[in-house]
Design a protein around this ligand. Structure first.
Ligand code: GH3
Ligand code: MG
Ligand code: MG
Length: 476
């Protein structure tokens, strides 16, 4: 996963050192040597994460962090304070300024990379929801400004998994300040049971359980449907650094070292709860708004209105992205004939099933919309030419290879579809009309070419024989 990291330090050799480490892991690195320069770059280059030195002349790291977090446009960019200070009071000051984490100098490489990776992953998830909510707000179905992270942190429900009474008591006491409800589980089995019966906002898990591996439990909770989106805060000792790194890798959100500092714990807990609630709100307003105005009532797919705004956004994103984007126009062949022969109701049945088959054959983050009539469109982010061709042929055969069951005397109808495609290369200036004209022309060529065929703007007609799946070794 590539991401843009902004490194801020007033001492140039420190900047260079971090830049080299991150660049060797294929991160794109931006640098700044003062607080003001850092703020300018946040504004201009929207980094995915900021590594921020605390001690700088003029504006110090705390102030820079506060300024980033005060701006609703930037509040969700994770900030990691890089500091020589190990004093708990300073950590708390940083967390209060909104920092997402701390790293101490000299930097431990494992901790650095694990941290950067897990915070970037979190940000990208939130980014995705922000783009979608933003689309919704442009369409006027949700309030503008809904993308600021201003959720309350109190009255949360927290699960503590720890068999050391001393630690769990300390956690319970710390969280009382926020009026949180806490449950304690002493074993993994107990934890899984609790999770099945309750909705938690956060799970705090010890990596030093007596009878089992806390990491295994974290991984279990990550993969279980019920607890997948509940953040995990790990509790461990300094000597567990590599296991902590592993935990962040498999999806835990944060960690705290023993002896637990109550203020630090509270600050970290609040950050996780705020993020979770923020993400939940984005998701739910998004879902409500969509069902209100942006879907097609017959097929449940996105409608043209949503598609046009979303395509514009994705194309704009594509200007600076490293990935190409595929666009497919999919139109049922001779559909008028179906309607004229069997009536509109049968036509509608076919349209529904057609939409389901398309959706079935696409990835979760591909987007398919019904433009109107029997004309559909799919956006495939992050594809190569070859992948886009495979997808087009997969969609074509998903329609042609199996007759559609519907209320006709024959019991089913053979339906085919033609597809027009284009690839928008990375770094292309956004031009939705041009992309749409390309797929339109390609679709026209597919129809001219006899129908039940895929045609790409760049590479012409696809030969179905090039896309036959490998024969199976054993055929029964
Ligand atoms: P081609 O292979 O060239 O695409 O031919 P076609 O007949 O599919 O295309 P044409 O655009 O001439 O006709 C589209 C038909 O789709 C017209 C109309 O009968 C039908 N249609 C459009 N919207 C709906 C709908 O919502 N429900 C039903 N049942 N039919 C629809
Ligand atoms: Mg048609
Ligand atoms: Mg048509």
């Amino acid at each position: 996963m590539s991401a843009r990291v902004l490194v801020v330090d007033d001492i140039l050799p420190n900047v260079k050192l971090l830049e080299a480490k991150l660049a060797s892991e294929y991160y794109e690195v931006l640098t700044a040597t003062s607080g003001q320069e850092a703020l300018d770059k946040v504004e201009r280059d929207s980094p995915d994460i900021v590594l921020l030195d605390v001690m700088m002349p003029g504006m110090d790291g705390f102030e820079v962090c506060r300024k980033i977090k005060e701006n609703p446009e930037h509040a969700h960019i994770p900030v990691v304070m890089v500091t020589a200070l190990t004093d708990a009071a300073d950590r708390v000051r940083g967390l209060e300024a909104g920092a997402d984490d701390f790293l101490s100098k000299p930097l431990n490489d494992t901790a650095l990379m694990a941290r950067v990776r897990s915070l970037v992953r979190l940000k990208m998830t939130i980014d995705e929801w922000r783009v979608r909510e933003n689309t919704a707000s442009q369409l006027g179905v949700v309030d503008k400004g809904g993308t600021a992270m201003t959720e309350p942190v109190e009255n949360a429900r927290v699960l503590i998994v720890d068999d050391q009474d001393y630690d769990s008591e300390k956690v319970v006491q710390s969280l009382e300040v926020d009026n949180d409800i806490t449950d304690i589980a002493k074993t993994g089995v107990e934890a899984m049971e609790r999770v099945t019966n309750n909705d938690y906002d956060l799970m705090i898990i010890s990596l030093n359980l007596n009878s089992e591996d806390g990491l295994r439990l974290c991984s279990h909770l990550r993969s279980s449907e019920r607890s997948r989106s509940v953040p995990i805060l790990m509790v461990a000792g300094e000597e567990d650094m590599s296991r902590i790194a592993h935990g962040l890798e498999i999806g835990a959100h944060d960690y705290i070292l023993r002896p637990i500092d109550k203020n630090e714990l509270l600050a970290r807990v609040r950050t996780q709860i705020r993020r979770k609630r923020f993400q939940e709100r984005l998701r739910s307003t998004y879902e409500i708004s969509l069902s209100m105005a942006l879907t097609d009532s017959l097929t449940g797919l996105y409608n043209r209105r949503y598609f046009e705004v979303h395509l514009q956004k994705l194309l704009q994103k594509n200007e600076t992205s490293r990935k190409a984007l595929g666009l497919l126009m999919v139109d049922i062949d001779n559909f008028k004939h179906v309607n004229d022969t069997y009536g509109h109701a049968v036509g509608d049945e076919i349209l529904k099933e057609f939409a389901e088959r398309l959706q079935d054959k696409l990835r979760g983050f591909d987007m398919v919309a019904r433009l109107g009539g029997e004309e559909f469109v799919a956006i495939l982010p992050d594809v190569t030419n070859e992948m886009a061709h495979i997808v087009a042929e997969r969609l074509r055969t998903a329609i042609a290879d199996k007759p559609f069951t519907c209320k006709v005397p024959e019991g089913s109808l053979k339906i085919t579809t033609s597809l027009g495609g284009t690839i928008v290369e990375k770094g292309t200036v956004a031009d939705p009309e041009k992309a749409m004209k390309e797929v339109d022309d390609a679709l026209y060529a597919a129809k001219e070419g006899g129908r039940n065929v895929s045609f790409f703007h760049e590479s012409g007609r696809l030969e179905p024989t090039d896309f036959i799946p490998e024969p199976r070794m054993f055929i029964d």
